[in-house]
Design a protein around this ligand. Structure first.
Ligand SMILES: CC(C)(COP(=O)(O)OP(=O)(O)OC[C@H]1O[C@@H](n2cnc3c(N)ncnc32)[C@H](O)[C@@H]1OP(=O)(O)O)[C@@H](O)C(=O)NCCC(=O)NCCS
Length: 168
């Protein structure tokens, strides 16, 4: 696994990555795994994103940290290309976002997901959606699935995690 991580890098997204991110999200949205996001939203939220880039410069995955309220942020738009799954890249993307969340002074991070096992390995615990009122009223009401959302709400308390740049 270490060799894989050496020839791929997780870095902050740039404007030039938006169409690649959009393609990855659309592909997974078409498979019902996450919600699509329009290009204009990706441009305006590009600073939320990290990408997984291979040694040829191709974007192979992405993940966003979206601040929701004074003490809480959301992990969203997470995806790794199918051929590269199971090699630790998804975890690396999420941990990079978590390190930034700690650096920002956030206390908790949540996600709405079908990947309960994956986030469980990262110490997220399942909660009821009513512990995320800001999310529900800011975003969920615009979602085509509302109010019949079948995603699982999962939460991680950040106390004790290391900030950006101090992660191994
Ligand atoms: C979810 C996703 C990003 C995981 O990426 P990945 O690179 O395959 O995950 P990793 O290799 O980093 O896995 C980390 C750990 O989680 C485990 N894991 C991964 N997916 C899992 C799943 N669906 N259920 C249970 N465990 C899982 C891995 O086995 C690994 O365990 P280990 O640390 O004991 O080896 C990837 O499957 C994906 O892109 N899915 C489609 C889009 C999606 O569902 N996104 C989530 C939206 S919130």
């Amino acid at each position: 696994m270490e060799n894989c991580l050496e020839i791929f890098q997780v870095r902050r997204a740039r404007i030039g990555d938006v169409r690649s991110i959009h393609g990855i999200l659309m592909h997974n949205a078409n498979n019902g795994l996450l919600l699509p996001r329009p290009l204009n939203q990706l441009y305006s939220h590009i600073r939320d994103f990290y990408v997984l880039e291979d040694s040829t410069g191709v974007i192979q995955g992405c993940c966003a940290l979206s601040i929701t309220w004074e003490d809480i942020a959301e992990i969203r738009s997470l995806a790794v290309n199918e051929e590269l799954r199971g090699r630790g890249f998804g975890a690396k993307l999420v941990r990079t976002c978590l390190a930034e969340a700690v650096e920002l002074g956030l206390k908790r991070v949540f996600t709405l997901t079908y990947q309960v096992g994956f986030f469980g390995k990262l110490d997220f615990v399942e909660v009821t959606k009513d512990v995320l009122p800001q999310k529900v009223w800011a975003d969920c009401i615009h979602c085509p699935k509302f109010p019949e959302c079948d995603e699982h709400a999962m939460l991680l308390e950040l106390e004790g995690l290391a900030p950006c740049g101090t992660e191994e």
